[in-house]
Ligand binder design. Structure first.
Ligand code: EPZ
Length: 424
């Protein structure tokens, strides 16, 4: 059992390079099942990446890290099933389904584990794969999938621009017979990054302007090298840490365009932003202003993953901030932990009203999920006194060198191994 110990109220100042995007590298690693040897640059050191590599190894591929590169070698033989324990390690392992079926013509996976964000069905994934010619049967919590030979291109209207479903279709359709059209596809930067990787491997993926994606199936894919985009959510998280500590932070290696809905929120709170190419500098005010209304939406709207870090900052704003979570049913798990630190937050279904307080105080808290855990760390950085954060394995899923990065810009944070689990 590990915990973070954070002494708050230290002003963060300095420069940070932002690691590669978790939500980009995971589908790209799944796609490497189809590409032989591939070299993935800017691959972040995350436990979710470890989980994805464990799945690749189980399926018969090899992977090895060389610095910030992950080299994946996938041969012709491929196991077609993912056991329950590996599926449960990471909800997004569903994104391997399309790749396995495209390669083996069949797949057997257990239904993804429950998720801390409320029910996360996979109906859109399964409906899309059935349109591509996959026959899917449920068998005691497992899905048995098989295709009659090569997948067949199809028109796939998505009722919701699901990121994972869009990725599954792109990967499965890359080797299908004929053309696939995804209507109302997700447009997140991670989708664009996956398309870039697939096309580098010889696929024919075209992202239209109106949210359509066309994939012209090819016979085979070949190895390629690819550099993963920067993690826009990690960037938003570190900017939140600077904002709550009235700091001055420069982020390098980022794509400001990917934060086009997030940066204006920091400006609304009174932060000064300077953007120059792949560099963002945030200078925070002594007095943070509230956020009138943050509505999470599919890209290019405000990203749901940045909701909780910004909520943490708004706890210390002069006034009330409103959040509306439109993407996930239950994405306010961080609220009870923020309240333990003195935050004044009321939640009614998808709406959260945060009434700014003069100060937060230290507490013993637990990380509830990946982004909620990061938000609690942000709040602890702005709180008086020393806080203890438990269940930090959630944070390690999506943030590389979290405590080292924060300490390098002035935070008083350390990782302790501890035997006891607190009575929370
Ligand atoms: C991806 O999850 C990201 N994960 C999430 O980031 C992110 O929050 C989410 O997209 C939205 O941007 C990865 O990329 C690994 P969705 P995903 O399919 O693919 C419903 C993080 O913190 N839905 O766009 O699971 C679903 O229940 C993680 O890094 C269906 O109803 O998101 C949810 O309410 C958290 N049926 C909504 O759509 C389906 O078949 C968005 O889901 C699929 C999804």
């Amino acid at each position: 059992m590990e915990k973070f110990v954070i002494e708050g109220k230290k002003r963060l100042e300095g420069s940070l390079a932002v690691h590669g995007a978790k939500n980009s590298v995971l589908p790209i690693l799944a796609a490497t099942l189809l590409t032989g040897e591939s070299v993935i640059h800017n691959c972040p050191r995350l436990t979710d990446v470890d989980a994805a590599c464990n799945i690749l190894h189980y399926l018969g591929a090899q992977s090895k890290r060389e610095g910030d590169c992950m080299i994946v070698q996938s041969g012709n033989d491929c196991c077609c099933c993912i056991p329950d324990d590996l599926m449960r390690m990471m909800r997004s392992s569903i994104v391997f389904l399309g790749a396995i079926i495209a390669k083996c013509g069949k797949a057997r996976i257990s239904l993804p584990g429950g998720c801390e964000l409320g029910p996360r069905p996979i109906d859109l994934h399964l409906d899309a794969l059935e349109r591509l010619g996959v026959v899917i049967e449920e068998d005691h919590g497992y899905l048995n999938c098989r295709s009659q030979g090569r997948l067949q291109g199809a028109k796939i209207p998505l009722p919701f621009p699901s990121v994972g479903a869009t990725e599954n279709i792109m990967i499965a359709a890359a080797l299908a017979q004929g053309e696939t059209l995804i209507q109302n596809a997700a447009r997140e930067p991670e989708i664009q990054d996956l398309a870039a990787f697939l096309n580098a491997c010889g696929a024919k993926v075209q992202i239209g302007s109106g949210g359509d994606i066309t994939i012209a199936g090819v016979e085979r894919l070949h190895p390629a090298e690819h550099r993963v985009i920067a993690d826009r959510i990690a960037a938003a998280t570190y900017l939140s840490a600077a904002a709550i500590t009235h700091g001055d932070l420069t982020l390098t290696g980022v794509c400001p365009e990917h934060l086009s809905a997030v940066l204006p929120c920091f400006e609304e709170m009174g932060c000064r932003l300077a953007v120059d190419g792949s560099i963002i500098r945030l200078t925070a005010p002594q007095r943070l202003e509230p956020l009138r209304c943050v509505r999470t939406m599919p890209y290019p709207g405000f990203p749901t993953d940045a909701q909780s870090p910004l909520m943490a900052v708004s706890c210390l704003a002069y006034g009330s901030s409103l959040f509306v979570e439109n993407i996930f049913e239950s994405r306010y798990k961080q609220v009870p932990e923020l309240r333990r630190m003195g935050a004044d937050i009321k939640v009614e279904s998808r709406v959260a009203l945060v009434k700014g307080v003069p100060s937060l105080h230290s507490a013993t808290v637990r990380c509830t999920d990946l982004r909620g855990g990061a938000a609690i760390a942000v709040a602890a950085l702005g709180a008086e006194g020393e806080s203890e954060l438990f269940e930090i394995e959630h944070i390690d899923r999506g943030y590389e060198a979290f405590e080292q990065n924060l300490a390098s810009i002035g935070a008083n944070i350390r990782r302790d191994c501890t035997s006891q689990k607190p009575m929370l």
